[in-house]
Structures are given as structure tokens and as C-alpha cells.
Design a protein around this ligand. Sequence first.
Ligand SMILES: [Zn+2]
Length: 388
Amino acid sequence: MKQLKARARLRSGAILMAALFAASSAVAFQVLPKVSDVDRKISTLGRNPVLDYLGHWFVGSAIPIMKSPVHESITLAAIGCGAGRGSEYDCVTINAVQEHRILLYGVRWPDDPPFLLNAKSPPRIKGCDVGVTLRSTSQPLCWWGLFKDAGAQAKTKSHLKAPAFGPGDYMLYRSHYGDLQFMHAMGAYDGETAGETVDRMKMWAEFLWGVASGTTPTGIFIRDLGHSNLASYFPGDITAMNLFATGIVEVRKDLDKVAMGALLHMVQDSFSQAHTERGQESGAQCGTTGFDKPGQIQRFRSYAKQSSTLHDEADTPSALGLHTTQISPSAVDVSRAFLTFWNEKKSWAEAGAFFDCVFEPKDRKIEADAGPYVAVPRTTASTDLSPQ
Ligand SMILES: [Zn+2]
């Protein structure tokens, strides 16, 4: 029985491998920042070592957001890697990634938050082991299966004027397709007003700033922090430590960096046209901060009816290069501004005023939509498989 299972595993692995190579023969090797090899190690201890071995390769090389370290490039450029405008991708070296790995874990966190699978009702998806914390690096095939399931379910709910997922659903579902899409500077559904989106983003930024500054306790339930709006998103027994570091022991003493990374992620996403439409920068400054004001927010986008292929084209290294060579302040400049505020230990009163300048919507009542990223109906099965 055991042998049969192992053989079946190997057979399905070989078929998968052949299919993946055929589909992605043009994909070049890329350096992928990882917090460490710890989650790779736990995947070898789980029930699906062969599938996960193949899955690492697949998730890391065929899924656009996982293979293109755009957020890492912006963050390392903002820290000051010395690469010129348009060459931020050169900042992603193994040394730089190792030096800033916790901050980069935080920058990646909104795309790939760690969480536990439901042991009582495990997902009926190949490669899922409830004994292993779910992350793209710990259970890649399960992660991909869940991601596709979230997308398929969200499509069936895309006509609703409400988020497709919320409290009680997996973080992966909520972050990419549900009520937590503000973490990516996006509306949670078609029709959410810019005022609602930006208020949620500010609520989130304030929480992150508290954790990043060490003023918000990370060991008490988020619902008990005295912020009712935030509590409504995290009504259960969940602390900031659980949120950011379930199963990832080695980042726990540096949750300040993780929170700062998550804040940078939202800032950076707000410069992607598939997430947020900004007008032209005016040349104005943000108060007396010495930092320039970025283009004003015209509207937020919503992912529900977007094509993930078209969405991802706005999030590639080339799109970033075009952005940083032509726009100032760019995603890199504004990331650097927030990092400067953080290093100078500014209060939320000061950082929040800067937030208002960076995220000022032109019209709070304007509603989120898919924009020019609407999926074109196809006759063949969809191959969309990319997170935002
Ligand atoms: Zn994002």
C-alpha cells in the first residue's frame, strides 16, 4: 500500500514535471528571496515531499508574482542599493536579500501570509498537509491549489457588492480575493468607494505603524487593541504575532520589521496601475516633510473582474522600470520616505499625516472597478493562475 502510494506520487510527479517544463521552457532561473530554508525544511517533513519538491520549482518559476521580485527590488532600492532609476531589479542579490531578509519577509507577507489549515475540515486539494503551516514555500502545490480555488469561488461572487471572503476564511483567500485586499491598495469588490478603501488602508497602516514602532503589543488579541474597525477584521483569537508569524518562529523577535515590510507592500502596490489609478504628480510637497507628493489617487481598482494575466503585466520588472524612470516621487521614493520616518522613530501622528498626503483620493465617492484589466472571455479553459 505504502509502495503503491509512493509510486503513484512519483508517477504524478513525473507527469507534472513534464507538463511544467513544456509550459515554462522559456522561464529563466531567478533568485528568489526566502526568509530562510526553514519552510522548505518543514515541507520535507510533511506528507508530500515529492510533490512539494516539484511545487517549489513550479511556484517559484511559473507564477509571475513569485518569480518576479518586484517588491523586493523596490524595497532594496529604497534602502539605498545604489542602482539607478529603471535598474532596481539589480538590487536583488543574494547578499542583499540575506541582509534584509526579515523586512523582505514582511514585504512579501501580504502575498504569502502563513496560516494553519483547518484540521477538522481539511481542504480537498492535492498536496495539502494540515500538519504543516501553509505558505507558498512550505506547501507549494497546496498553496497553488487553494489560490486557484479562491479565484474560482471569487468569480462566482463577482457580481455581489461585497467582498467574496472575510473572517473565518483562510488568509490567502481574504488577502488576494476578499475583505483584506486593502493590504494591496485595492478595493475589496466592484463598487467599493475610494473613501472606504482608503479608510481601511489607513486603519491597517496605523496598526502596522504601531507594531513597527513597538508601541502596539504583539502578544494580545487584535480584537482587544481598542480599535473596533480593526477588531471586525480579526474577531477571533489572533494576535499580531499569530498574524505575521504563525509557524515561522525565526521572524518573531523582529515583528517590527515584518510590519514595516507589510506597510511598504501596500505603499508600493498603490503605484501599480492595476491596483490604484494615480494622476500625474503635481510637484507639490507633503507639508513640511521635505518629501514630494505623489500623483493623486483617481480611483482604486477591484480584482473581481480583472484578468490576472493583464493585472500581472502591470506588476512586472519592466513595468517597474518604466514607472521609476518616468515618475517622481515613485514607489521607491515613497517607500524611502516611510523608511526614513520609521528610522527617525516618528509618531503615527506624523506618519499618518504623510499617509494622508500620499493616499489622498480625488473623490471619496468614486467606486472601484476593474479598469482596463477586464478579462476577455475565452473559449478555452482559463490559465490564469497569478496572485495580485
Ligand atoms: Zn500586493
